[in-house]
Design a binder for this molecule. Sequence first.
Ligand code: 5GP
Ligand code: ZN
Length: 112
Amino acid sequence: MSDCIFCSIINGDIPAEKVYEDEEVFAFNDIASQAPYHFLVIPKRHISTLNDTEDEKLIGKLSLTASRIAKQKGFAEDGYRVVMNTNKDGAQTVFHVHLHCLAGRQLGWPPG
Ligand code: 5GP
Ligand code: ZN
């Protein structure tokens, strides 16, 4: 989608710190990091919200990509959080599905 920030990151029009890429997914550091590690995993295909897909394989891959990156970067054992904010009450601000992965400090629960 031409007016989507994350589609522009995928096609290289907006720069981002890439963490991982394959044919289906792209991972990059969040521009407003909320933890020592904070990256986003997104599908290359534009999907606005989690409500707009039934693609179990692709949505599952977002989580497993985060887990693989966590193992590779060495924080999997200490732990991390993956979260997908959806629509207004979920505080979603960018309407291209993305999985946040946060790690590197003790995270609070419940979230604000
Ligand atoms: P949401 O609030 O929709 O769950 O999360 C959107 C995330 O995208 C936010 O954490 C925000 O900091 C991040 N973000 C927004 N614009 C950009 C950008 O241009 N580059 C990067 N790397 N992250 C962005
Ligand atoms: Zn998009």
